[in-house]
Design a protein around this ligand. Sequence first.
Ligand code: FMN
Length: 220
Amino acid sequence: MAKRNVVTRRKFLKVAGGAVGVGIAACGGTAYFGTRSPAKVVFPYSTCPSFDDKRLLVTYASKSGATGEIAARITTSLCNSGYAVDLKHFPDVRDISTYSGFVMGSPVYMGRVMGSFVSFIEKFQQGLRSRPSAFFGVGLTMKEDSPENRTEMDTYFAPAIDALQPEKINYFGGRIKMDTLPFLYRVFAKADTEGILTEGDYRDWNAIDNWANQLAEDLI
Ligand SMILES: Cc1cc2nc3c(=O)[nH]c(=O)nc-3n(C[C@H](O)[C@H](O)[C@H](O)COP(=O)(O)O)c2cc1C
């Protein structure tokens, strides 16, 4: 029987760990700047009106833009279905009191969800808990959609799932695009000799659209 392709946290850590020395040597004391998104990365923001007084918030973390584009696609689908929706990058959300439901997304880097996703949940936990929510995760683990790879993604999202018990969760393949990665991440990706972080777009837009189409019923 063919062995399933499970891209584990350990494999990503091995790739990053092998490159970390190169990164630190390259960045020295300015390593922080090496983790910032390049200026060309767009963090989409939008709002769509509706006669409905119930409004959804789609919010996301992203380093190199792929998750923001998925969040924008989900927002468009919800808007086209007639729902009132705001799309915001996590750091731009100041207040959640006007929303009746939430869709939250984060990519996975080095076996972890992004810090802004965790901070958002910590900051707004009480309000988030009292209303329905959905999560989506993005990572190269989902290059191949298999039960094993979904279980692997579940482990990255487990603390957030425990905290909010979201109505819906889904995971999607991500993208590696060298010129939109922060400098240090690009160093990691280029130093990867295992072929895990090879440039490519593994987002399955049909799967994303299908999920988005069914989403609102569970959130309103
Ligand atoms: C240095 C580096 C480490 C990564 N680590 C993981 C990982 O541990 N697990 C995973 O599934 N994907 C990993 N990825 C893939 C990202 O999750 C993927 O590129 C995602 O689309 C990034 O989203 P963003 O463009 O919104 O930042 C890694 C990518 C890079 C460049």
